[in-house]
Ligand binder design. Sequence first.
Ligand code: FE2
Length: 369
Amino acid sequence: MTTEESKIDISILSSWLEKKKPVTVLDVRPKTEREEWSIPGSVHADVYDKLKAGDTNALDHIELNIGIPVVTVCAAGKTSLKAAELLKDKGFEVYSLEGGMKAWNFAWSTAEVVLNDVKIIQIRRSSKGVLSYIIGSDDEAIVIDAALDSHVYLDLANKNGWTIKYVTDTHIHADYLSRTRELAKASIATHVLIDAANVEYGYSPVSNGDYLHFGKAALEVIYTPGHTMESTSFRLGDDAIFTGDTLFVDGVGRPDLKADQDEAIKRSRLLYASLQRLLTLNPKTFVLPAHLATAVPFDGKLISETIENLKDKLDMLKLKESEFVKYTTSRIPPTPPNYLTIASLNKQGSYDGHIPADLEAGANRCAIA
Ligand SMILES: [Fe+2]
């Protein structure tokens, strides 16, 4: 086996996981890196230093299922190749993940649901737990929070016989580079954003209460500031609401990015009011957020909860305003180093000269749970 033959790329590993092919994904990165983000279902061998030092016995104590292929993973695909060579010598069918976690940053899968003849496809960037959507009715579709190359959305639209009529973001993201502008350029879609969006490029403004019509359906624009000042939700009748980073299935958005204490308190109050508004929607409405706090498994299961389930499940939604403000502002996670850079690039609408994989590596920190 040559070095080339012992590598697989992220699309092959993604399809194996999606098809539930028996495979052991062996993560050989240092523990601290693995704690930051990992491939769902992977196992860890804390052997990075030994592998780097050329220790040929590094994997001797690791117990792996005989007869099941192994995919070794590291940060960029070099150390994992060493691990693959050692396992090959032990008789395993083994592959190294090309590009490592840096490449895995772009691995994605989908889940879908049809509600009243409207098809919603949730496109999930697994590693970051980033969720974007293409929503189709008849021959038209809307894309919300594009987070992957345009071809992903254009291919899904083609496959379903849709023309993308509108593209939009629920807010200026800080944890990944929005691909919405690229998608608008690569399609005939109109790029719409809430009129409160303070961005440095041209867009078609919409206001609270406006409707975006596509096919036989429409999304209502609901302004839900708090996580950020321009945060917006999009409501599909009584069936679903796309909540961005305002309301998740396991928490709410953090109100503090680029905010001092006073500003965080102000945003926390706005977030409270926005959440109260969302909680008045039909209890059966499906909440479709822009994130999951953990990596997304390749299980095809839609990440969503109804309003009534969230009311029941999330104690923070039962708090009074003052308690909510205290709770959220006391539980704000640290801001990852690249967030401010990413947010400012998204505001500019261009990331020319920046490498997305470098800026976006790691899990997201948009939530308070
Ligand atoms: Fe966010």
